[in-house]
Design a protein around this ligand. Structure first.
Ligand code: PMP
Length: 307
């Protein structure tokens, strides 16, 4: 299935069905790839890429943590996204930049540390289901913990980290939940398999800190910023598992999941089991960035056309 016509691969547009990576690629064998999930939205003033620069900077930072280099500047990576969106006639899209190691020998330490890069873009709807944004999702606490801080750095968005996400999400779905939540090595709340998590209690917003084995999400940062702009107090601090069961509201954030309410945890309703008012306000402010209702005071919208 062709999800789009072209993929940007190291400076060239490859037809989707012909794009290839060698089977002996280091990344295939050892998980040495870094990636981003980015979204483009079609706004009243034209298509934009949301927090484009921040995503490409995180891609470069992820590689740097492992001492790999990405041979493109942030500006060059952003230009690649625009090129692939335009080539595929996409006004809204999910964008997947990926830095990987090709055929560089079988040693775990590659012969050189310079990565290949591709940028794909395609239409992708609601990650956790069409009704999720209004009705919320059912989540569980996973029996799998997130990686301890001194094992795999979760601040790097590395392909290999997603084996942890896979364990958590697969267990959840096999047991009838939409999504699973990992605890960190100390047993405190970390994040969803592919989302950060927020709790609302007595009007205050709580989210685990960067030290809780999370990926410090760009949507998470967006919500913290938008909430503070509304005068809502936001606390980034350790969250005990039991706080999940007595929260007034819970929601997930992520590029794919956007802002998704959680209506139950381990079959225990969150609040009255419906999307709560703070969650709804945060959704309005977040999606307002793309329908023109929320002023972009932060320069988060990168126009696809005006370059
Ligand atoms: N945590 C994990 C494990 C994720 O995969 C994602 C999605 N990239 C997030 C959090 C949310 O990050 P962001 O808001 O930057 O998409």
């Amino acid at each position: 299935m062709n999800r789009a016509d072209f993929i940007w691969m190291d400076g060239h547009l490859a037809p989707w069905s012909e794009a290839q990576v060698h089977p002996m690629s280091h990344s295939m064998h050892y998980g040495t790839a870094f990636f981003e999930g980015v979204r483009a939205y079609d706004t009243p003033t034209g298509p934009v890429v949301f927090r484009h620069c921040d995503h490409m900077q995180r891609l470069k930072d992820s590689a740097k943590i492992y001492r790999f280099t990405i041979p493109y500047t942030v500006d060059e990576l952003m230009a690649a996204t625009r090129q692939v969106l335009n080539a595929n006639n996409l006004r809204s899209a999910y964008i997947r930049p990926l830095a990987y190691m090709g055929e560089v020998g079988m040693g775990v330490v590659p012969q050189h540390m310079e990565m290949s890069v591709l940028v794909a873009a395609f239409a992708w709807g609601r990650y956790l289901g069409a009704s999720a944004l209004e009705e919320g999702v059912d989540a569980c606490v996973s029996s799998w913990n997130r990686a301890a801080p001194n094992t795999f750095p979760t601040g790097a968005k590395a392909a290999g980290n997603y084996l942890s996400s896979l364990l958590i999400a697969t267990e959840a779905r096999r047991n009838g939940f939409h999504e699973g939540i990992g605890l960190d090595a100390r047993g405190q709340v970390s994040e969803g398999a592919g989302e950060n998590i927020f709790l609302v209690k007595n009007g205050v917003l709580y989210t685990p800190p960067a030290t809780a084995s999370i990926l410090p999400g760009i949507t998470r940062d967006t919500i913290v910023t938008l909430a503070r702009a509304e005068g809502i107090e936001v606390v980034e601090g350790a969250i005990a598992r039991e706080a999940l069961y007595v929260a007034d509201e819970i929601f997930f954030t992520g590029t794919a999941a956007e802002v998704t309410p959680v209506r139950s945890i381990d079959r225990c309703p969150v609040g009255d089991g419906k999307r709560g008012p703070v969650t709804e306000l945060m959704q309005q402010r977040f999606f307002g960035l793309f329908n023109g209702e929320t002023e972009d005071k932060w320069g988060w919208l990168d126009s696809v056309e005006a370059k």
